[in-house]
Ligand binder design. Sequence first.
Ligand code: HEM
Length: 341
Amino acid sequence: MPDMQELQEMEPSPVEETPSQVRDSYFDMEKSSTSPPNNGTNFLGLSNQHGALYYLQRIQKYSSYTFTAFGLAHITNTSIIPLITQSVPASEPYLLLTRPYYQGLPAEPLLIIIPLWAHVLSGIAMRVYRRNLNAKKYGDDEESEKGKGYFSNTFWPKVSGISKLGFQFTPLLIGHIFINRIIPKQFPGGSSNVNLSYVAHAFAKHPAMSFAGFSAMLTVGCFHMTWGWAKWLGWTPDQTTAMGGERELAKKRRWYIINGLAVALTALWMAGSFGVIARAGAAPGWIAKQYDEMYRMIPVVGKWISVIDSKVFLWADQGNALATFTLHNDPDLLTLRIDQI
Ligand code: HEM
């Protein structure tokens, strides 16, 4: 007989698939919807043996494979190559070389847009599905009696750390795509005008916003992706199979290793982006004018971006502030800038 010390308290974890015999006899209510009695396939050719969770989990997992492929190409172009060449102009040809593989049709929707939506929406769909299942199992009526609504916390699955990072990453990534893909498409020549010098230009003219935006996106994104991969590989602290006194130690070790890898990835990306691209300076002549127009199209922030950066300059160094004030010719901003002085 094992004594109490040998017994290990485990975190409850969702069972991916309940064997149909068990489920049919135990969860009567699910019989009609999720476990048809035959082993055939449905009209989509998908096996009837698996429930919705099975497919949603796989959509969430396999969609992330495509971001990983794109992410590896992207960190190479925007950090590793600039680090090696130590020059933005020398790094541009490599960016152009890989672009056809992920921009335009059909690569962009297949590799990025569809998997991105699939990854986020499958996660939300699983959440809603599990919430409704919990409500059915543990008393939906009781909750409505208490006057709580659908969105009360009672039945919603806990939001894991990885998911929290994912939800923070989504608007940051959408903003990044908007600035680098959607805005340039509104201009003649589209994305062919946009390259590493477009980003360098933003850092030169709007340093506060650029550093804040890129720091947030790179940190949150690298942590989400590293922890996400750790989960797919079964390496997160909660997934350890160690038992007894070893378990806490194993969990701690895994926590440090995963965070260490996430820090290293973030640092690598920042090294090339901040260390080389951000220091390359503003674009010259009419290209600079076009880039300025593009950045002014960013909703809300676009109008204020230069004012915010002017304030930062003013705070940092009075001399620099004057240089920033001469960059723009928008009359509204000019009035505002003069007020600042
Ligand atoms: C290498 C790429 C990626 C990997 C390996 C990955 C992995 C994961 C994993 C494992 C989860 C589930 C977390 C959990 O069940 O506790 C998740 C959720 C999530 N991911 Fe990602 N992810 C990646 C890229 C992205 C990207 C690019 C976005 C941004 C659009 C994103 C947004 C989200 C969101 C919003 C969730 C939360 C869904 C929910 O829990 O309802 N992920 N990701």
